[in-house]
Design a protein. Structure first.
Length: 300
């Protein structure tokens, strides 16, 4: 299972601690457990880094920029275009030389998550292969989904569920494309959720809507792994778990706005939003109206 604690910057290599870097956004403090994500501008540097347990993935957001990487006695230099990938498996010491200023997306993925997905998929190996400069459009889209969740607030449980879902998809893709394991065995049990399991998880969501909810927590209600649960839930309902959760929160907000005179800030908390502004942003996105304007229209 994924580590129960938040993935913090102190578990990374320390690249982000370099004082000359300009950090735009990080997942620090958001409660994300599967990944650590950051967006920054980096200045040229040369440094040796000690190994950490988890896997580092870097995407170049501009460029091209020349990067040298030393692993053991082998040194490789590449001119990396925008979208280029730097993948450093956990457990390896390495040296990096960045030769010019560069905007980057850093992502650390839990080793325990990769091992979990490998076990579910029947992979015989979970060892990732180092990469420098390769393009991987699918991996890039998954990483950018996490970046978008980060820059769009990222602290609510729907965002956390979304990021957790992306993390499992990323782990499966890494095993398939960037490891010695080959293609994982197909999930022959993907299917759909039974009516009983679907009713259980929907009841759990309604009962605990005021609380932070995670993908792992919802999956446990159905006695499934998070990745299997997410696939089956979408196949059954047509929506990923995080989108369904948002819809439930907005629908409860609609009912309370139309039938109760309590302040909007209290309704936001009763529906599980982190604060009133968070509810307003999501509510407008889903309905085209602010909560206040929806309440006025409902009272006519």
């Amino acid at each position: 299972m994924v580590n129960a604690k938040e993935f913090g910057v102190n578990e990374t290599h320390g690249i982000l601690w370099r004082p000359e870097n300009r950090i735009h956004a990080t997942s620090e403090g958001l409660g994300w457990r599967s990944v650590y994500v950051s967006v920054q501008d980096e200045q040229p540097y040369v440094e040796d880094f000690r190994a950490v347990d988890d896997h580092l993935i870097i995407f170049h957001l501009n460029g091209p920029v020349a990067v040298s990487r030393k692993l053991g006695r082998t040194e490789t230099r590449r001119v990396v275009a925008p979208g280029g990938l730097f993948l450093m498996p956990g457990g390896l010491d390495f040296r990096v030389q960045l030769e010019a200023e560069l905007s980057t997306l850093h992502l650390y993925l839990r080793r325990s998550l990769l091992e979990e997905v490998a076990e579910q998929s029947g992979c015989s190996s979970v060892e990732l292969l180092p990469r420098l400069g390769e393009q991987d459009p699918l991996l890039e889209r998954l990483a950018f989904g996490m970046r978008d969740a980060l820059t769009d607030g990222g602290g609510d449980d729907a965002s956390s569920i979304y990021v957790e879902h992306l993390s499992y998809a990323m782990a499966a893709h890494l095993l398939r494309k960037h490891s010695g394991a080959g293609r994982p065995a197909p999930d022959n049990g993907a299917g759909v959720l039974s009516k009983a399991r679907l009713a259980q998880v929907m009841d759990y969501i309604e009962t605990n809507l005021e609380e932070p909810l995670t993908l792992s927590e919802l999956a446990a209600v159905c006695s499934l792994s998070p990745s299997h649960f997410a696939r089956r839930f979408k196949a059954t309902t047509g929506l990923p778990p995080h989108q369904y959760l948002i819809a439930v929160r907005v629908n409860r907000a609609k009912r309370l706005l139309a039938t109760h005179g309590q302040p909007i800030v209290e309704i936001a908390y009763a529906c599980g939003f982190t604060h009133q502004e968070h509810m307003t942003r999501i509510f407008r996105r889903q309905t085209g109206m602010t909560p206040a304007s929806y309440r006025r229209a409902a009272m006519v």
